[in-house]
Design a binder for this molecule. Structure first.
Ligand SMILES: Cc1cc2nc3c(=O)[nH]c(=O)nc-3n(C[C@H](O)[C@H](O)[C@H](O)COP(=O)(O)OP(=O)(O)OC[C@H]3O[C@@H](n4cnc5c(N)ncnc54)[C@H](O)[C@@H]3O)c2cc1C
Length: 376
């Protein structure tokens, strides 16, 4: 029995899990088993695991590079709490996540934001994106905090200097070698950048309004370093540019109201990001503080066939960590597989056994050309 959307009361696709195809679609090329929205660590692991389960998978991400927050916000910061790595640079971890995902040969579409999600009458899910339409039997939303928008410094002239010495996304340490760098902020990003750049830059100056909100060990490292610390009660009041339009100095006011000028070529503003789920808000999810409410057992959202994992998903006692996102991805993939194929096993067993079986099957099967794979 199915409702008017072609979905049975338990949410499964109608017709014994075999979805009929929307007009004009080639079921083997245009329709994926699982579409992952977001190529952060959760989305990359979901794509790998989906492949392990034999799902034909595509990943879509609005950013130009995979890695989500790790690539956009803290590529040169060390991570200490992911399994198997005592200490790993975020960008190196992303590289490994990508290699792992690629084992499953997903189609990866970068620079493509998903704007719409709609269940078609035959149970398929249509995704309207900045580049067209994508179709899928199930979807796993791994969209983190949505599109990243840095909180901008509210000082006249700063906007014009973006790309000319003012940075909201600092990516490469080498860009700051032998420069005078001012960093604004007191959270993890600001403190991490100050500690990371101290041995590389000519001089690092940190300006912050209140106390540091960063990891205690990093704050201790900062306090023992040569970074010129200006806090609490310090706020940038003006920026200056040279005739070439590049930043030359920053002025700030301290707690006593005294204005100090720091000559510099680079200014890193790390005063946080505005999290906005953007288009996801209108797709019909139950939302709680900018996150999608999911069933903790299945990671299912209220939309049949649509699951969520990682930072974007919420349930009681949620931890927003890379490790928990990976576990949620496994749960979401297993339930997605049994959604579009109710005959499939929920628990496919260990990767050791699955891979041995796959390798044996591959050795027996004649060589075949994969369809629609690669990075788009
Ligand atoms: C400074 C800092 C330090 C951190 N340190 C640690 C740490 O040490 N250990 C730890 O475990 N965690 C840490 N975290 C948290 C960790 O980064 C997150 O838990 C993790 O990134 C979540 O991964 P995700 O894949 O769920 O989301 P994200 O990494 O946020 O990735 C989401 C992706 O979805 C994409 N997206 C969003 N909306 C759309 C759309 N509509 N269409 C297409 N694509 C879309 C985004 O572009 C993005 O690439 C830290 C976070 C920060 C900010």
């Amino acid at each position: 029995m199915s409702d008017q959307n072609g979905v049975s009361p338990n949410g499964h696709a109608a017709e014994d899990g075999q979805m009929s195809m929307a007009a004009g679609l080639n079921p083997t090329q245009d329709v994926f088993d699982i579409t992952v929205i977001g190529a952060g660590p959760t989305g990359l692991f979901a794509a790998f695991y989906a492949g392990l389960r034999g799902a034909r998978t595509q990943i879509l991400d609005a950013l130009e590079e995979p890695g989500g927050a790790l690539t956009a916000i803290y590529p040169e910061k060390y991570i200490y709490d992911v399994i198997g790595y005592p200490k790993v640079l975020a960008k190196d971890f992303v590289e490994q996540c990508l290699l792992q995902a690629q084992r499953s040969d997903p189609t990866i579409h970068l620079n493509e934001e998903v704007l719409e999600l709609e269940r078609l009458e035959d149970g398929l899910i249509r995704l309207g994106t900045t580049k067209g339409e994508r179709f899928s039997k199930s979807v796993i939303v791994c969209a983190g905090v949505g599109a990243f928008e840095p909180t901008r410094l509210d000082v006249p002239g700063v906007r014009e200097l973006e790309g000319h010495g003012v940075h909201y996304f600092a990516k490469r340490v080498e860009d700051f070698r032998d420069k005078d760098v001012v960093i604004v902020g007191g959270g993890d990003s600001a403190v991490d950048w100050a500690v990371t750049l101290e041995p590389v830059a000519r001089q690092v100056t940190l300006i912050h309004r209140s106390k540091f909100r960063a990891h205690e060990a990093t704050v201790r490292e900062l306090e023992a370093s040569s970074v010129d610390l200006n806090y609490p009660g310090c706020a940038v009041s003006a920026v200056h540019a040279g005739p070439d339009g590049h930043l030359t100095a920053v002025e700030f006011t301290n707690a006593e109201g005294t204005v100090r000028r720091v000559e510099c070529q680079e200014l890193i503003v790390a005063i946080g990001f505005k999290a906005d789920l953007g288009p996801l808000k209108s797709w019909g999810f139950e939302l709680q503080r900018n996150q999608i409410v999911v069933d903790k057992v299945t990671m299912a959202t209220v939309i049949p066939g649509v699951f969520a994992a990682g930072d974007v998903a919420t349930y009681p006692a949620k931890f927003k960590l890379i490790a928990t996102g990976a576990a949620e991805a496994v749960t979401a993939v297993n339930h997605a597989v049994t959604f579009y194929d109710p005959k499939a096993r929920l628990d496919a067993g260990h990767s050791t056994t699955i891979m041995e079986k796959k390798d044996k099957e591959a050795a027996k099967a004649p060589a075949a050309t994969p369809v629609g794979t690669g990075v788009g």
